[in-house]
Structures are given as C-alpha cells and as structure tokens.
Design a protein around this ligand. Structure first.
Ligand code: HEM
Ligand code: HEM
Length: 189
C-alpha cells in the first residue's frame, strides 16, 4: 500500500471501518444458533412428554448445542487473536454497548457450561448427530439436574432478552441515527 493510502486509512473515521468477514460470519452464525436452540426448546416444551417429535427436538438441541460450543470457542479465539475489534466511542452509549457485548459473551459462556453440566447430571445419551458420544465427567444426579435445568432455562431467557435489546439498538443506529454501526456487521452494504 502506498504511504499516502496508509496515512489516509489510519485517519479514516472509525465508523467507516468494517468487521472482517470471519467476525461477520461467526456473529451471524452465533445469532442463528442461539435463536434456533431457544426456539427448539420452546417447541418441545409445548409437546406432551414422550412424543417422538419432542425427543427428536431434544436430541437436535444437544447436537446443535455441541456445534454452537465449537463455533463459540472459534469466535472467542478469533476475537482475542486476529479478529478485528473496532474502537467504540468513549461516550455513555459506547461504554453501554461494550458492556452489553461483554455481558453477552459471559452469559453465552455460562450457558455452554450449564448445558454440559445439565446433560452429565441427567445421565442420558450425549450424542453429536449420532456420530460420537461426549464422555461424562460425573454420574447422574437428579437434584443437581433440576438446579442446572433451572439455571440453563433462566440464562436462556436473559440471553434472548438482552440479544433482542442489542438488535433493537443496532436497528435504531441504522434507521434513526442513520450511521453505519449495523452496516459494518453486515456481509453486504
Ligand atoms: C445459547 C445456547 C443455548 C440456549 C439458548 C439453550 C436453551 C435451552 C432451553 C430454553 C432449554 C429448556 C430448559 C427447560 O425446559 O427447563 C434447554 C434445555 C437443554 N439444553 Fe440448552 N441451550 C443452549 C445451549 C446448550 C448447549 C451448548 C448444550 C450442551 C451441549 C445444551 C444442552 C441442553 C440440555 C441437555 C437440555 C435439556 C434437554 C432435556 O430436557 O432432555 N444447551 N436449553
Ligand atoms: C442471539 C443473537 C445475537 C447475539 C448473541 C449477538 C452478540 C453480539 C456480540 C457478542 C457482539 C460483539 C462483537 C465483538 O465486538 O466481538 C455483537 C456485535 C454486533 N451485533 Fe449482535 N448479536 C445477536 C444478534 C444481532 C442482531 C439480530 C443484530 C442486528 C439486527 C445484531 C447486530 C450487531 C452489530 C451491528 C454489532 C456490532 C456493534 C458495534 O460495532 O459496535 N446482532 N453481537
């Protein structure tokens, strides 16, 4: 890159920058999986116990939960190494949005750990699309399983409510403030 281009890039307004394609791809994959995992659980909860569809949705939730774990670990790794982090404004909104992102990362980490603990405490098959089984770290425990189920369920609700607030904030930037906060996370402009 020519020197004048490098200087111009360094002085370009932060908001004009875009996230790299891996960050964009991992963000939307995370969002899709989180919403899908939540929806699957709420569909099976409306079905009578023991029905084949209910059992299938639970198995699918666990397999996609394992897939989500892999995507999320890659995302954390990418963000902390080569992934592009864009500077946020140092005002109250910037601090609030950074706080929201940190909270979402923390809750998603807790949700993955709770998912594993719940399955181990249930003592039921822990399969990845029928391909292999995740080894258990401890035996079945009914009391613990109720506690982890309760925590996993409420954490899911908090994630969905915060993610909805986060999405509304992004849409407000786009349609009311008319800046490029949303555009820089979109795969196209
Ligand atoms: C952000 C990701 C996730 C969300 C939003 C989510 C959401 C939920 C919800 C709402 C339930 C129903 C709880 C209830 O009925 O009380 C559930 C159940 C469950 N989840 Fe997740 N979950 C996620 C990730 C995971 C992961 C990563 C695993 C493990 C690999 C996992 C394993 C389970 C298990 C074992 C159950 C109980 C299934 C059964 O009743 O047989 N979840 N999840
Ligand atoms: C379950 C759904 C979602 C989750 C868990 C989620 C999570 C996150 C996280 C953790 C970040 C921080 C990225 C980083 O700096 O590493 C982020 C950024 C972002 N998200 Fe989401 N998100 C979700 C859905 C959405 C939706 C539906 C929209 C748009 C309508 C959206 C728009 C954005 C934008 C524009 C950014 C960049 C903000 C900035 O540069 O300051 N997200 N998201």
């Amino acid at each position: 890159m020519a020197l004048d281009q490098a200087v111009a890039a360094a002085h370009a307004p932060v908001s004009k920058a875009r996230y790299d394609c891996w960050t964009i791809c991992l963000h939307w994959l995370t969002a899709l999986l989180v919403v899908g995992l939540f929806a699957a659980a709420y569909v099976w909860n409306s079905l009578p116990p023991g029905t084949p569809l209910r059992k299938w949705l639970q198995a699918i939730h666990i397999s996609f939960g394992l897939l989500f774990t892999v995507v999320f670990v890659i995302r954390l790794f990418w963000r902390s190494s080569r992934g592009r982090r864009l500077a946020t404004e140092a005002d109250a909104i910037g601090i609030l949005s950074k706080g929201m992102h940190i909270l979402l990362y923390a809750l998603l980490t807790a949700q993955v750990l709770l998912g594993f603990l719940l399955r181990w405490a249930q003592g039921e098959p822990f399969l990845f699309f029928g391909l292999f089984s995740v080894p258990s770290l401890f035996g079945p425990d009914k009391a613990l399983s109720h506690i982890f189920e309760w925590l996993h369920n409420y954490t899911a609700w908090i994630i969905i409510i915060l993610a909805a607030g986060h999405a509304i904030a992004a849409l407000t930037h786009h349609y009311l403030l008319r800046d490029d906060v949303l555009k820089r996370m979109l795969p196209f402009n």
